[in-house]
Design a protein around this ligand. Structure first.
Ligand code: BTN
Length: 246
């Protein structure tokens, strides 16, 4: 993984470049990194602020041999990799907000965007995007997101050298990806749950216009969130808009 690393100064989005590279036949493990993205994108069509040199903006091309329905597990795997690296290498204990936001003190440090290209029952490739806020001072973030976003520097008070952090992430990712192929999802699931945000707590949940309160129990093997409703029934949520705020 990362044997082939394509580093660009400025791109619209590393996701876009990765799709182009993958369609042109780039091999499994190709990594695209940019110093700056002018059109960084997040989940749910949101934009992602990616200023020059202040964070890690990267996309990894994966060519897995598993079936398409397992691809949400890759997103959860990536979240645990970042959590693990933040804890051991950076020295802060983050939480993973389902499905894949990395938080500390309730503020977002990193996000993951997984895009799947499948043909019938086969995964052609996956583009796994990670955006990590590393060296931003809080003034770098637009005012409306200052209270929602943070960076590793804001949390630790120290600047981090990006190359070392990238290497650590890629090495840990490779280790966990191999473990996933050999042992399946279980070790990842346990690790994910060790970092789970508001695990065991009651939270307001909104699904199909209906609002209810549920207790967050953990995740399923297919990546769904397990929530206990007020009748004691366990529900599996896939894309519920969870009102994570207080
Ligand atoms: C999210 O939390 O909504 C996901 C954010 C993903 C951002 C990364 S930065 C590298 C890659 N390129 C993009 O345009 N997006 C992802």
């Amino acid at each position: 993984l990362g044997q082939r690393l394509i580093h660009k100064a400025s791109v619209t989005s590393t996701q876009l470049i990765a799709h182009q590279e993958a369609q042109a036949g780039a091999e499994h493990g190709t990594v695209i990194i940019a110093d700056e993205q002018t059109k960084g994108r997040g989940r749910l069509n949101r934009s992602w602020h990616s200023y020059k040199g202040e964070g890690i903006w990267m996309s990894i091309i994966l060519r897995p041999t598993f079936e398409p329905h397992r691809s949400p597990q890759i997103t959860l795997l990536a979240a645990t990799v970042l959590a693990e690296v933040f804890k051991t290498y950076v020295g802060i204990k983050p939480q993973i907000k389902w499905p894949n936001d990395l938080l500390t003190n309730g503020k977002k440090l990193a996000g993951i965007l997984t895009e799947l290209q499948a043909e019938e029952d086969r995964v052609n490739y996956i583009v796994l995007g990670m955006g990590i806020n590393v060296n931003q001072p809080s003034s770098s973030f637009p005012e409306d997101i200052q209270r929602k976003a943070s960076s590793l520097k804001i949390e630790t008070g120290e600047s981090l050298e990006l190359t070392g952090l990238i290497k650590e992430i890629l090495q840990t990712f490779e280790k966990r990806y191999n473990e996933f192929n050999e042992e399946g999802f279980r070790p990842i699931k346990l690790r994910w749950e060790a970092f789970g945000y508001r695990l065991g707590e009651m939270v307001p949940i909104q699904t199909y216009q209906k609002e209810w309160n549920g207790r967050i129990m953990g995740i399923e093997d297919d990546g769904a969130l397990r929530v206990l409703d007020d009748k004691g029934q366990e529900q599996k949520l896939y894309s519920a808009e969870i009102q994570w705020g207080k």
